[in-house]
Design a protein around this ligand. Structure first.
Ligand code: ATP
Ligand code: MG
Length: 567
């Protein structure tokens, strides 16, 4: 390989097991189709933020480049100025980098090729392979025929080369209004493949472009610009999703007619679909516009920026993309697998802290007033290398409201009147008295006693207790806002008893966000935005980007319990 090593190589995106795309590339290398080159690209249209489906494509394309010591370009497919925006360009670059991939000096824009694309169109006209057509969009649709009926030839199909060249030049010069004329490929109106029935190559749109300004008023269609962009960048394997399978003959036709000597090869794979969410940019934009979510990076969104804000790691997303693999058949992946990958990634990496999400005060009546003990606690029991910290214990603590029941059912092993439980890393306590609000009857605090003999870590192994509760010392606790998330959408079999809105044929979960005022242990007071923790018994959390020491905000990434069952 004469290509320089690239940074993406350090990322293990390619398991030992090859996929069908690897098999195609292996064969091309063996047959010397592109010499020893492997060159892929990731070609987003800058009309929205990237989502987890794009992550699959990114991992695949950059992963192949890494596996074969080849290259992968980032190319903005910016041929439709109406829907595109520079805000999206910046977000896409940030997301690809965050996922851990590097396009080095190979950042391209389809709009950089507008002049060449125009020249190639002139070449097609001169070969008698393209013509200017004056039919309206509606007429073109009518003439196109159907799956069962052939199309009809346009009355403009047999214009002379000279007339076509003249009209095409004048289209570019801005002489004609939007929609009045198009340039079409001259292929076959009776082809069984509708994409081959003289597809449109250029349309008129008097719209400024975010990169080329007012220079152009004709814009190339995707099916025309894409193969040429690939060829100009010396791409060898142009990987795309299955809906382009029927477009492949056109991809090949364009490159053949333009006489590229070793044209790139289009390979299709099944797009990622995930349960409990949507994956189309149009719908994601609609969710933002209709304010069902708080922007593209709302932690409930399946966008890369949403997952990042939620607290997902790039490692967990790459692992997920690796595990789902690539196939030719679409199957919906359970979002529980993505959550499983996150837990696996964080399990040994993040400290395990105590946070009481719905607090209930406990007064330990026989604990000396004003006394504070600093208990030594392991940061992560499964990973001793993470060291220890000191957690204050005192006479008043908070426990979780759910961890107490006044009239418990039989199998309730947590706290109830007269019962004893273990406080994690501290002592056993026994509930002696329930204090209620006189007017409302609401439980406002518990009075308990502790047994000084039961201190954790001192070798006490006397009587057994079944429940272990987490807690925080009331005098040392730090207030924090905690956001708990549930899926944005519900699947059909999850609707019973759920609160939802029907939206775009799907079921939008009305309870996807719950905001709590909670208490966390003092070690979390200085938690920096975007740091992650396990909160004992509650799951993995990430400090929100908006969080400050005066106003701590934690997002739950996932709970600890997994509904994922490995097959
Ligand atoms: P959407 O339908 O969500 O708008 P798109 O395909 O129009 O997506 P592009 O910006 O054109 O979005 O996509 C860039 C690349 O990402 C393409 O190669 C596309 O095939 C791939 N891609 C898009 N969605 C998925 C997905 N769900 N799974 C895998 N790859 C995807
Ligand atoms: Mg697209």
């Amino acid at each position: 390989m004469d290509e320089k090593n690239n940074a993406n190589e350090q990322i293990n995106t390619s398991s030992g097991v090859g996929n069908f795309i690897h098999a195609i590339i292996d064969k091309d290398l063996k047959d010397n189709v592109y010499g020893n080159r492997v060159h892929t690209r990731f070609p987003p249209e800058p009309n929205g933020y990237l989502h987890i489906g794009h992550a699959k494509s990114i991992c695949l394309n950059f992963g192949i480049a890494a596996k074969y010591k080849g290259l992968c370009n980032l190319r903005f497919d910016d041929t439709n100025p109406v829907k595109e925006d520079t805000e999206y360009i910046e977000s896409i670059k940030r997301d690809v980098k965050w996922l851990g991939f590097d396009w080095e000096d190979r950042l391209f824009y389809a709009s950089d090729y507008f002049e060449q694309l125009y020249e190639f169109a002139v070449k097609l006209i001169k070969k008698g392979k393209a013509y200017v057509c004056d039919l309206s969009a509606e007429e073109i649709r009518q003439y196109r025929g159907t799956l069962t009926e052939p199309g009809k030839e346009s009355p403009y199909r047999n214009r002379s080369v000279e007339e076509n060249l003249d009209l095409f030049r004048r289209m570019r010069a801005g002489e004609f209004p939007d929609g009045s004329r198009v340039l079409r490929a001259k292929i076959d109106m009776s082809s069984p493949n509708i994409n081959m029935r003289d597809p449109v190559l250029y349309r008129i749109a008097h719209v400024p472009h975010h990169r080329t300004g007012d220079k152009w008023c004709i814009y190339p269609m995707y099916d025309y610009a894409h193969p040429i962009s690939d060829a100009l960048e010396n791409i060898t394997h142009s990987i795309c999703t299955l809906e382009f399978e029927d477009h492949r003959p056109l991809y090949e036709w364009v490159l053949r007619e333009l006489e590229f000597p070793t044209p790139p090869k289009q390979i299709e794979f099944a797009r990622l679909e995930l349960t409990n969410t949507v994956m189309s940019k149009r719908k994601l934009r609609k969710l933002v516009e209709e304010k069902y979510v708080d922007g593209w990076d709302d932690p409930r969104m399946p966008t890369i920026s949403g997952l990042r804000r939620r607290g997902y790691t790039p490692e967990s997303i790459r692992d997920f993309c690796e595990r789902i693999g690539v196939a030719k058949r679409i199957s919906k992946v359970d979002v529980a697998l993505l959550e499983h990958c996150l837990r696996e990634d964080l399990k040994l990496k993040e400290p395990r802290m105590m946070a009481v999400l719905r607090p209930l005060k406990v007064v330990i009546t026989n604990y000396p007033e004003g006394q504070v003990e600093y208990l030594e606690v392991e940061n992560n029991q499964e990973n001793p290398e993470m060291g220890k910290r000191l957690v204050p214990f005192s006479r008043e603590i908070y426990i979780e409201r759910d961890d107490f029941m006044e009239n418990p059912p039989k199998k309730f092993f947590r706290l109830s009147p007269g019962k004893e439980v273990r406080l994690k890393n501290a002592y056993y306590i026994k509930c002696e008295e329930v204090v209620k609000d006189e007017k409302t009857g609401e439980i406002i605090e518990l009075h308990c006693t502790y047994d000084p003999e039961t201190k954790s870590g001192t070798g006490f192994s006397g009587r057994k207790v079944k429940g272990t509760l987490h807690w925080v010392s009331a005098a040392h606790a730090v207030k924090a806002t905690v956001r708990l998330y549930d899926h944005l959408f519900l699947e059909e079999d999850q609707l019973e008893g759920a609160d939802y809105i029907e939206w775009e044929g799907m079921y939008l979960n009305k309870n996807s966000l719950e905001v709590l005022e909670s208490y966390v242990e003092p070690a979390l007071a200085e938690a920096k935005p975007e740091s992650r923790f396990q909160f004992l018994r509650h799951g993995y959390f990430c400090t929100d980007i908006s969080s400050t020491p005066d106003n701590l905000v934690f997002n739950r990434i996932v709970s600890l319990k997994s509904s994922y069952k490995p097959e």
